[in-house]
Design a binder for this molecule. Structure first.
Ligand code: HEC
Ligand code: HEC
Length: 214
């Protein structure tokens, strides 16, 4: 009998002690945990841990959260066109998009792997680090950073350690859609104006260099 009220007091104390931890976990762990569950259907193409096996399907691990949110909205709204991804994004809610972006952003990125020859890599590296001054091509490093990690706040994506085949497809798409760039988005327009000035071999060099960068 004497034990009972004491037990109650303990239980209340324990609850009060746990309360801030629970609140904190919900705030920080919430979207990441929810995103992990929602990402089950993404694994088929984007792989376990956000690293895909098909070189045309991008790795999503450690990608900028802002960028992921932007792109998923664009796929859902049909502004960024890709048959496979438009179907995937069609039924996502705004909250699903936040959760999925938080989850993929929280995953450690894969270490880059060089596959191409020395000459093509050097070409990519020189444009990445120094741009091409007399043709008004800016150094990629100024927005994507020395390790290619991008800048989350602005939605500038991580581009290092990404499949070269995917990167090359993207650079070509930015270039080909130059006339429509303003209709797509402000960030798309920034990248489109840069890709427009790159030659095929320069885009190839950049893609190969970036795949090996980490
Ligand atoms: C059937 C295969 C498939 C599935 C399943 C799939 N994706 Fe994709 N995803 C793709 C392809 C292909 C692309 C590249 C599209 C392109 O080249 O523009 C892509 C691109 C993306 C991108 C853009 C990445 C970047 O760097 O710009 C994001 C974000 C993305 N997918 C998220 C998801 C999420 C989240 C899911 C699960 C809800 C998912 N995908 C499921 C095939 C798939
Ligand atoms: C002024 C800032 C800026 C500079 C300089 C810049 N980028 Fe970008 N880049 C962006 C932005 C913003 C995006 C996102 C565009 C979008 O939303 O589609 C992007 C996207 C990309 C993507 C697509 C990534 C993905 O996951 O699909 C690639 C590849 C890329 N940039 C490569 C380069 C290369 C190579 C250079 C140098 C020749 C370069 N960027 C220079 C701002 C920049």
């Amino acid at each position: 009998m004497l034990n009972k009220p004491l037990f109650k007091v303990h239980k209340i104390c324990l609850f009060l002690l746990l309360l801030p931890t629970l609140a904190l976990a919900d705030h920080h762990g919430g979207p990441i945990k929810a995103g992990k569950e929602k990402a089950q259907i993404c694994i088929a193409c984007h792989g376990v841990g956000g690293n895909s096996n098909n070189p045309e399907w991008p790795n999503l691990s450690q990608q900028s959260k802002r960028y992921l949110i932007d792109q998923l909205h664009m796929f859902r709204d049909g502004i960024r066109k890709n048959a496979l991804m438009n179907a995937q994004a069609m039924n996502l809610s705004d909250q699903d998009i936040i959760d999925l972006a938080s989850y993929y952003n929280s995953l450690q990125g894969k270490k880059g792997k060089v596959q191409a020859g020395e000459k093509i890599i050097r070409l990519g590296e020189s444009i990445y680090r120094g741009g091409i001054l007399d043709r008004g091509i800016p150094a990629c490093i100024s927005c994507h950073g020395p390790k290619g990690l991008g800048i989350d706040r602005t939605g500038y994506p991580k581009i290092s350690g990404q499949h070269s085949a995917y990167l090359l497809n993207r650079l070509k798409n930015y270039k080909e859609s130059y006339d429509d760039r303003h209709l797509i988005s402000k960030n798309y327009s920034i990248m489109s104006s840069i890709s427009f000035k790159l030659s095929n071999i320069e885009m190839k060099g950049l893609s190969e260099y970036l795949q090996g960068l980490y």
